[in-house]
Design a protein around this ligand. Structure first.
Ligand code: UDP
Ligand code: UDP
Length: 300
């Protein structure tokens, strides 16, 4: 997402300072921007303080794929919590507007469907997903306390499952896994019986939502859901990917990970009314562009 956001901000005429520790991303995603006079890259981990001059901050830091964020769970919580404190401190000193990439994971395994922003969520505080979920929940708390206590202008987006080109082939998330497996003629690994649902948003739609939220009036703080409300079962997604990629892959069923949410779909009424935003790109069109990306890197 970060590299797509950099592209978009540069296109809008901004000067971009991109801060990354490359924990889960790769430099290849921004290599085309290096050399642009309006783009600067800093290798830095935001769990440490950062003193720079900026007027808008987008905080997207944190591995978001379960396999990545569970690799070093303590670091995951630190990235969300210490990272948020440092970025909020930076926003306070520079009087910058600050955007937080929060997540649908704050709703946990929800008993309300679709999820609207007023729902407080059902999150296990001690499970294997908690480092991510509770880290992101605490970051929201910090954003709202800096807003109330220090008058910071905050913009909190709750992002639902998103996909698109530049995902890492070993990212571990469902869309990239299925496409890579299909391209390699391997079996498609469905965790559980595949009846769990997700709603997938194409990255360009999401970035449009980010930019609109950042440009919204002062009193728009969020949290605001950003995602695509078209809901699919994981089994359906597997079938669609096989059909689009072709080949001989079959669906195989593996163990469902602990605390895996059974259903997820955003209620985006608030984004529609406040930002005049809704996704434009259908799942199949987004998958086509994503398959094209993976074809280039997986089959070379
Ligand atoms: N901070 C930062 N960059 C800045 C300003 C602050 O990284 O430009 C960090 C700083 O290290 C501090 C944190 O942000 O630990 C929170 O800052 P704040 O001013 O809210 O807290 P304080 O410094 O008063 O503890
Ligand atoms: N999943 C799957 N096979 C995979 C990867 C994921 O069936 O190879 C399932 C996973 O158990 C979850 C859903 O797909 O129910 C979405 O998983 P992902 O890791 O992409 O994101 P999540 O929404 O769980 O954070």
């Amino acid at each position: 997402m970060g590299s797509h956001l950099c592209d978009r901000l540069l296109k809008n005429g901004a000067d971009v300072l991109c801060v990354d520790n490359f924990y889960s991303g790769t430099r290849d995603n921004i290599i085309h921007l290096i050399g642009s006079p309006h783009f600067e890259l800093v290798r830095h981990d935001i769990t440490f303080p950062l003193y720079v001059e900026v007027d808008e901050i987008y905080n997207l830091a944190c591995p978001a794929s379960p396999i990545h964020y569970q690799w070093d769970p303590v670091q995951t919580t630190k990235t969300s919590v210490h990272g948020a404190i440092n970025m909020l401190g930076l926003a306070k000193r520079t009087k910058a507007k600050i955007f937080q990439a929060s997540t649908s994971e704050v709703y946990g395994d929800p008993e309300v469907h679709p999820q609207e922003e007023s729902y407080w969520g059902r999150v296990n505080p001690i499970g294997i997903r908690s480092c991510y979920d509770e880290g992101k929940r605490c970051a929201e708390t910090l954003f709202f306390d800096y807003h109330r206590q220090h008058n910071l202008e905050i913009k909190v987006a709750r992002i639902f499952n998103t996909f698109g080109p530049r995902m890492h082939p070993n990212d571990g998330r469902v869309v990239s896994n299925f496409i890579v497996q299909a391209l390699q003629g391997k079996n498609i690994t469905i965790y559980g019986d595949g009846s769990q649902t997700r709603s997938f948003c194409y990255v360009d739609d999401l970035i449009e939502g980010f930019v609109r939220l950042m440009a919204s009036k002062n009193d728009v703080t969020g949290p605001i859901n950003l995602g695509n409300p078209d809901e699919f079962t994981i089994k359906q997604l597997g079938e669609i990917v096989i059909q689009m990629v072709g080949g001989k892959s079959k669906l195989v069923f593996e163990t469902l990970p602990q605390d895996d949410p059974k259903q997820r779909k955003p209620d985006i009424s608030l984004a529609k009314t406040t930002l005049d935003w809704e996704p434009q790109i259908k799942l199949k069109d987004g998958l086509e562009k994503t398959i094209e990306h993976f074809r280039k890197i997986v089959l070379k």
